[in-house]
Design a protein. Structure first.
Length: 128
């Protein structure tokens, strides 16, 4: 996840342990790569749904998180790279993208914060 410096984050939310549900905050403006045309968009969609499913074990809660996040999407871009460009231009508050693309943007001097979600521990029910 990438967010401009001064990102709106829930009080006490550590930068290295983001919750994708924070993208469902009312009023947050997101730009998203189109999952129909972008592998990055597809992976982001899976992360947004899957993170809630792993945390709750509830498919309805996961679907609701996905709907809530997508209610905040203001622009859909055909590729992850183009979504990053829109983000760099200030068209959104946050973006889910490849970590490598965000790190390259930092190297180019783009003022953003790269927030990396650690891989969750897999509940045993996922393997049954």
């Amino acid at each position: 996840m990438a967010a401009p410096h001064g990102d709106r984050r829930a009080p006490g939310q550590p930068a290295r342990h983001p919750r994708l549900r924070l993208l469902a905050q009312p009023g947050l403006r997101l730009v998203h790569a189109d999952p129909r045309s972008s592998g990055g968009g597809d992976w982001a969609l899976l992360a947004e749904y899957g993170s809630a499913l792993l945390e709750s074990g509830d498919e309805q809660a996961a679907s609701q998180q996905l709907r809530d996040i997508w209610a905040n999407v203001r622009q859909i871009s055909p590729s992850a790279r183009q979504a990053l460009t829109l983000f760099e231009l200030g068209d959104s508050d946050a973006l889910v993208t490849y970590e490598q693309d965000a790190l390259l943007a930092l190297e180019r001097g783009v003022a953003l914060e790269v927030v990396v979600r650690r891989a969750p521990s897999w509940p045993s029910r996922c393997w049954s």
